[in-house]
Design a protein around this ligand. Structure first.
Ligand code: NDP
Length: 328
């Protein structure tokens, strides 16, 4: 019987272990489409799953990896046939359903996005959940009717995955992008992506006043906590902040002042259970709007064997931009 490699986390009394194992199709979970995985990526959540630093994994043993790109091997779902190129993001893969860090994954066809024209498997994983979430956030700002002429946009966690892709997308659309980072050494990188201004994240990480000087009309925040509270307090009248992350913390020590005195909108962004029509829209826009040269600039590629060390690095905040993992 054919075997394939799988990076498996198991729980024992001694704690969590991670090891490469040889699996067969019989080890996979139920689903109507089996995908041969060629590429994956490392998101912040994958770092949590692989290191066990937060209870992301809720089924044991688990193959982590919330994002996969590959080719359909077998399908009983009418929407997919063998040979189709597909993308998988979220829906609990790598958390409750065996994920992407394996030669194959078996999932519901309803979870799969057909690979959009203009992207290949490696590019789609360079984007990954982080980049697709950045696009969902851009779409949320657009739904509020905001446009570059209305004022600047702030992006926090700028040198991270969501932040890097958000800067590239917003700059391409003509926005004046203010990038907030703790890594001043990444200024050249952020400017190359399209940041017009760079601010030190320390300006935003302390306790927020209910209202402060109005600095931007829009924002994409992957940091949460005091940083999100400061973003809201500094948003111009009628602006919107799209909140997607919690790198600083899950709390939100804010007040209602920005909402009731400046008409500010806080737009929540979820990538995991996002309905399929919006996923298709986001991936179509990524294929159309994201500059491939900038995507290459924000991407590094690692081998399967480097997954554990990269998981630790992303939690330490030392990974720049996005990471592609070659599986096959
Ligand atoms: P990364 O680790 O690539 O980026 C996070 C960035 O946040 C870091 O690079 C750093 O940017 C900044 N940061 C880290 N720690 C702190 C801190 N203590 N205070 C302030 N800033 C900090 O992660 P991703 O971009 O992949 O994900 C970003 C966040 O978004 C995560 O919290 C993740 O869980 C969440 N997320 C949510 C999704 C959803 O569906 N809602 C989907 C995808 C991600 P810098 O060095 O530039 O300051």
């Amino acid at each position: 019987m054919e075997t394939f490699k799988a990076l498996v986390v198991r729980k024992s009394e001694a704690g969590q272990t991670v090891a490469v194992e040889q699996w067969t199709d019989a080890d996979l979970m139920d689903g109507d489409v089996t995908v041969r995985v060629s590429h994956s990526t490392v998101n912040y959540k994958d770092g949590l799953a692989l290191t066990g630093k937060a209870p992301v994994v809720r089924r044991w043993p688990m193959v982590p990896g919330i994002d996969a790109a590959g080719i359909v091997e077998t399908s009983s779902n009418p929407a997919f046939k063998p040979g189709d190129a597909v993308i998988l993001n979220g829906w609990g893969t790598g958390e409750t359903h065996l994920g992407a860090y394996a030669g194959k994954t078996r999932v519901k066809g309803d979870w799969l996005v057909p690979m959009p024209a203009g992207l290949d498997a490696a590019q789609s994983m360079a984007i990954g959940t982080a980049g697709y979430t950045a696009m969902l956030a851009v779409l949320a700002l657009e739904r509020q009717g905001l446009k570059p002429a209305d004022g600047p946009v702030v992006v926090t966690g700028a040198a991270g995955g969501v932040g890097s892709v958000a800067i590239a997308l917003l700059a391409a659309a003509g926005w004046h992008v203010i990038a907030s980072t703790g890594r001043s050494g990444e200024a050249d990188y952020l400017q190359a992506l399209g940041a017009a201004e760079i601010i030190d994240r320390a300006e935003l990480s302390g306790p927020a006043k209910p209202l402060a000087r109005e600095r931007w009309i829009a924002g994409i925040d992957s940091v949460g906590s005091h940083t999100l509270a400061n973003l809201l307090a500094m948003t111009r009248y009628g602006g919107t902040i799209a909140a997607c992350g919690l790198a600083q913390g899950m709390d939100l020590p804010s007040s209602v002042a920005p909402f009731i005195l400046r008409g500010v909108t806080l737009a929540g962004i979820d990538s995991v259970m996002c309905p399929m029509p919006r996923r298709i829209e986001a991936w179509g826009r990524l294929a159309r709007d994201l500059d491939k040269a900038k995507l290459a600039r924000l991407t590094s590629t690692i081998s399967f064997g480097q997954l554990p060390e990269t998981a630790a690095a992303i939690l330490a905040g030392t990974v720049r931009g996005r990471v592609v993992v070659t599986i096959d």
